[in-house]
Design a protein around this ligand. Structure first.
Ligand code: NAP
Length: 284
């Protein structure tokens, strides 16, 4: 049985059905099964990783997809140790390209430490290091809805955004075949686009122009705390990571194409699939 942590998240939502489609038995974790909308072929388990009895939770798991929120290396180390004690044979950890580039921001450092804990836990391991997700652009829903505009911090870098379905497809290979044991994979899309090009691509999918507005970091911070309700520490963490990742975000890795035997999904694919999520409520 494959135990998927983060089963209702951006990658988890794509990963659970992809694993089930291979015929694998899947156990999916959520804190709230009533809201979770998990594929009905999976066994759903309710638990909160903040309070769960990890050995009991991981009992019976042969392979574990380790994705957690909050960037706690201690938590992922405890999961890895409990999985090993429960007899798991393979751990697949979701990390970040920042580790490859040696970034020292707190989010990347936590991933680097957690990777080490996974490698030392005992079971064989595979590390997946994606770059920035295309799904991050759902952050534009509110400003498009309210003003058909996208506000971008000045100096936003070109980014080789990756589609979460490609990450899930690689995770599926790692979790269902034995060819990826001891491997560390950097995962990006196939091309780097500036944020302005991303907005233009999305506008093309929406069939209407969308305003592209660059703003100073202070205004971007204000928007994130006031409009999106992010805690100040989360905004600090985001900009610390952004400052360090800016010079690497354009780098394209060929891993997705090499492993999947097809080109990565494009931002145009993503925009076309998700256009309906970006309505504009004109208040003229
Ligand atoms: N976004 C990017 O561009 C990017 C790039 C590289 C790496 N990453 C990494 O991707 C990882 C996850 O990303 P995300 O923040 O976007 O989250 P996400 O995977 O979209 O969602 C978080 C998941 O974690 C579960 N979860 C949260 N707290 C939990 C708890 N206390 N107990 C059990 N389950 C819990 C949620 O399940 P329920 O709500 O159903 O309980 C949900 O399934 C992070 O490690 C991040 O560093 C992100």
């Amino acid at each position: 049985m494959i135990f998927v942590l983060g089963a209702t998240g951006k990658i988890g939502r794509a990963l659970v059905p992809a694993l089930l489609d291979t015929g694998a038995a899947v156990r999916a974790l959520t804190r709230d099964p009533a809201k979770a909308r998990i594929d009905s072929r999976a066994e759903v388990v309710q638990a909160d990783l903040d309070t769960a009895d990890l050995p009991a939770l991981l009992d019976g798991a042969d392979r574990v997809f380790v994705l957690t929120q909050g960037h706690s290396a201690d938590r992922e180390a405890a999961i890895a140790r409990a999985a090993a004690r429960a007899g798991a044979t393979h751990l697949v950890k979701l990390s970040t390209t920042g580790v490859h580039f040696g970034q020292t921001d707190p989010i990347t450092r936590a991933h680097a430490e957690a990777e080490q804990a996974i490698r030392e836990a005992g079971p064989v391991w595979t590390i997946l290091r994606p770059g920035a997700f295309m799904d991050n652009r759902f952050a534009w829903v509110g400003s498009i809805r309210d003003g058909n505009a996208v506000y971008v911090p000045e100096g936003d870098p070109a980014s080789a955004l990756v589609h979460v379905r490609d990450i899930a497809a690689v995770a599926t290979l790692a979790l269902t075949t034995s060819d990826h044991e001891g491997a560390t994979y950097e995962l990006t899309g196939g091309e780097a686009l500036t944020t302005e090009q991303q907005v233009a691509t999305l506008a093309g999918a929406l069939g209407r122009p969308v305003k592209y507005v660059e703003e100073p970091e202070s205004a971007a911070r204000e928007r994130m705390t006031r409009m999106y309700g992010w805690p100040v520490e989360a905004v600090d963490g985001f900009f610390a990571l952004k400052r360090e990742s800016a010079e690497h975000e354009h780098v394209v890795f060929d891993t997705v194409e090499r492993l999947l035997g097809r080109p990565p999904l494009t931002f145009a694919d993503w925009a076309g699939e998700n256009a309906a999520a970006f309505p504009y409520h004109y208040r003229g």
